[in-house]
Design a protein around this ligand. Sequence first.
Ligand code: ADP
Length: 366
Amino acid sequence: MAKDGTDTAFVKFDRVQKSYDGETLVVKDLNLDIGKGEFMTMLGPSGSGKTTCLMMLAGFETATFGDILLDGKPINNIPPHKRGIGMVFQNYALFPHMTVGENLSFPLEVRGMGKSERDGKVKRALDMVQMGAFSGRRPAQLSGGQMQRIALARALVFEPELVLMDEPLGALDKNLRERMQFEIKHIHEELGVTVVYVTHDQTEALTMSDRIAVFDDGIIQQLAPPDDLYERPENAFVAAFIGENNTLRGKVTKVDGNYCTVRLDDGSEVQSLKVNVEGEGAKSTLSLRPERVRIDATAENSDNLFEGEVQELIYLGDHIRVRVSLGGNDEFVVKVPNATGERRIKRGEKLKLGWSKEDCRALDPS
Ligand code: ADP
C-alpha cells in the first residue's frame, strides 16, 4: 500500500527467483510490493538474499525467473543507468581524483545537464547532508562519516524517486551510525523519496523503516511495520531474530479458539496465544519477551504463574536482567525495571513470575 492510500506498488517483485549457479535458489519466489514514498528495509542474516534482491532491482543482476516492475512497468531489460535509481553502498565509491563538488556534478553531467543547473543541484544536495562547506575538498580529506554523507548526497543529487541503500552505515562507529540513521530518515521524510534499505542490524531496521521484510534463506519470513514485527512475530525465526526472546518448548494439549495450552517438557502448563501451531499433540516453541514477565505481587493473577530460581543478576542502570531457571530453560531472562525501591533480588532465591497469555506466542518450532 502506498502512502497516499492507493494500492498500486511503486516497486513490485513478482514471483522473483535467483540462482547464481543454475542449481541453488538464493532468492526463492519473492513477492513484494513497495509503496511510493515508503521506507522499506530488507533485514536478515548474512547470506539470506537481501543484497541479491537489491542488485536485481538496481539492474546489476538479472532475475532467473519472475518480474520486477517499477511504477507498473517491467524493468528486467532496462540497464542500470537508465532506471533512474540512486544508490548508496557501504564502500563509498567516490572518485578520488575529483573534488566533492565534482563527484556530485558528474552524474548530472552524464545526463547532459548544463553547468548552472548542476551547480544549483549540487549545492542543494550538499546542504541537505550538511556538507555545504566541503565542496572543494577531495575524498581523501574527509572522515568516514563525511564521505558517507557525500555518497548519500551523490545518490540524491539527480532527485531520483527511488534510492537503494546497502548497509550504508556499516563502516561507521556506533554514535555516528545513530546520527546518520536519524538524518537519512529525516531526508526520506523531507523528500518523500522511496527508499529500499538493506541491513543485518535489527536496531537500525526498527529505527528507520515504515515496513521491514525479514529474510532468511531466500524467503521473506515476515513483512510488517517495526512494532508489529516485535510484538507479533509470526514464526520462531522472526521471534528469535528480532529483539530478545525467551523460548519454552513443549506440546499443545488443548486448543480454545485463539488460545492454547502447551505442556512443557517438565510437565508444567502454559496458556498462550495460538499463532502458527497445529492442533493438539503438535510440538511448539513458546515465545515471550523478557519485559513482559512480572515478578512478586505484580505476577499474581496472571494467566501463567511460575516460580523460577534466580541464577544470575546483571545490573544495567534502568533495569536489572535476571536470569532464572524455569520450565526446563536455564536461560530464561526477565527484565525488572529499576523502580522497585528497596526490593533486592538475590541469587538462588525462588522468584514468583507471571505473564499474560496475550504476551505468549505458541509457534511452530521448525
Ligand atoms: P545477503 O545480502 O543477505 O548477505 P546475498 O544476496 O549477498 O545475501 O547472498 C545470498 C547468497 O547468494 C549467498 O549464499 C551468497 O554466497 C550467494 N551469492 C551472492 N552473490 C553471488 C555471486 N555474485 N555469485 C555467486 N553467489 C553469490
